[in-house]
Design a protein around this ligand. Structure first.
Ligand SMILES: *Cc1c(COP(=O)(O)O)cnc(C)c1O
Length: 397
């Protein structure tokens, strides 16, 4: 479809919705590990965990092989049993709910707020039962949820509060960094997320016993890891529970540590793009950016707008195709998690159970927003959106 030549042709190159930014320092850090004795669990894992804990101001950080593994591990330490319920938002990537199912528990989908698409504390409170054990809040697009209200609900019913902070590294709420806002916070280091290791994940927590359990879980449930055994000069090991191979390698940790040094710079760049989009669409009723709450430091992983159906002659998918046709790599985050065939069939989920998320899923669009995005590309996105508004919306002002 697009060979090297057409990819370099400015008229054909699609501007992606997100893209990693690696500089020479990042690459050198990886090469250094490749020349050394440790490829997987060596000294870089502990170094990265310490740096991540410092950055988030969380007492403990544990590296895992993906954000999904991080969510699975975070819920594993709660010792969920069949019949236990965990509340998750309907507006999220499926991995959030899947992690509950991995633990043998039942996901209960709650609705989101229409202006931010963040988990609605009021709807969470309505869905609590005597079987509820935990709440997983998703910091959608990079905006921290209302953790004050969620903590209050968790305290009232004796629930554990987990943050799916896969979008939100670098964010904060009322000065408290993401990573310290819940009992356990899960991050993703996937190639398009705010901190990149290719694939990878982290769990932060303030409980040392949970951190030890997370480390054991990522290594088959074995109490000591390869590095510890090598340092101790002992071959002995004991598996004390069922775990997985969810280890992150030294190669990936070197990349992630190096990227951590510039994570704030990249966030600033995304914030500037978000501000430019917000200014450009301020008077346009057909393109409504999500609200940002006061006291929020937004990580701007995604720049999401809603296209209210009443403002358009065509549906969102027609706008999506028109922008794709104009080489703008827009995306849709997300189809409602509870309406995937798996959740309908296995858990009997039906349309109408989370109406706000279901309505949002028909009108959201994520616009390209990433560090080092060229000014020309940003202007091309704004121009293309203005073009589809002129063509397909009832009113452009
Ligand atoms: C990316 C993502 C995940 C999964 O992370 P991986 O590293 O891809 O496994 C989970 N939840 C949300 C909200 C995500 O965006």
């Amino acid at each position: 479809m697009s060979g090297p030549e057409s990819a370099n042709d400015p008229r054909r190159r699609t501007i992606p919705y997100a893209r990693p930014t690696l500089d020479d320092r990042d690459i050198d850090a990886v090469v250094e590990v490749l020349r050394g004795p440790w490829l997987t669990t060596g000294p870089k894992v502990a170094e990265f965990e310490a740096a991540f804990a410092r950055y988030t101001q969380a007492p403990e950080a544990v590296a895992l092989s993906s954000g999904t593994a991080a969510l699975h591990a975070a819920l594993h330490v709660l010792d969920l049993r069949p019949g236990d319920e965990v509340i998750v938002p309907a507006m999220t990537f499926v991995a959030t709910a899947n992690a509950v199912v991995y633990c043998g528990a039942t996901p209960v989908f709650a609705d989101v707020e229409p202006d931010t698409l963040l988990l609605s504390p009021a709807d969470v409170a309505r869905r609590v039962t005597d079987r509820t054990r935990a709440i997983v809040a998703v910091d959608y697009a990079g905006q921290p949820c209302d953790y004050v209200a969620l903590r209050e609900i968790a305290a009232r019913y004796g629930l554990v509060l987990v943050a799916d902070a896969c979008h939100a590294l670098g964010g904060a709420l009322a000065g408290r960094p993401v990573g310290t806002l819940a009992d356990l916070s899960a991050f993703s280091l996937h190639a398009v997320k705010p901190l990149v290791a290719g694939e990878g994940g982290v769990v932060t927590t303030n409980r040392a016993d949970w951190a030890a359990r997370l480390r054991r879980f990522r290594n088959h449930g074995i109490a000591v890891d390869h590095h510890q055994r090598s340092v101790a000069g002992d071959w002995r090991y004991e598996q004390v529970e069922l775990g997985f191979n969810y280890r992150l390698t030294d190669v990936q940790c070197a990349l992630a540590s190096s990227q951590l040094a510039t994570v704030d710079e990249r966030r600033e760049e995304r914030a500037a793009i978000a501000e430019s989009y917000a200014r450009s669409f301020a008077d346009c009723p057909a393109v409504r950016p999500l609200a940002v709450h006061p006291h929020v430091h937004h990580a701007w992983h995604l720049y999401v707008v809603r296209l209210p159906a009443a403002a358009w002659k065509v549906d969102r998918d027609t706008v999506y195709r028109a922008l794709r046709g104009a080489a703008i790599g827009v995306q849709v985050h997300y189809p409602p998690a509870h309406l995937h065939p798996y959740y309908r069939q296995r858990f009997g989920m039906l349309p109408g159970q989370c109406p706000v998320a279901e309505a949002a899923a028909t009108d959201v669009l994520s616009l390209p927003c990433f560090a080092r995005m060229l000014d020309d590309d940003r202007r091309a996105v704004i121009g293309a959106v203005e073009q589809v508004v002129t063509e397909f919306a009832w009113r452009s002002r």
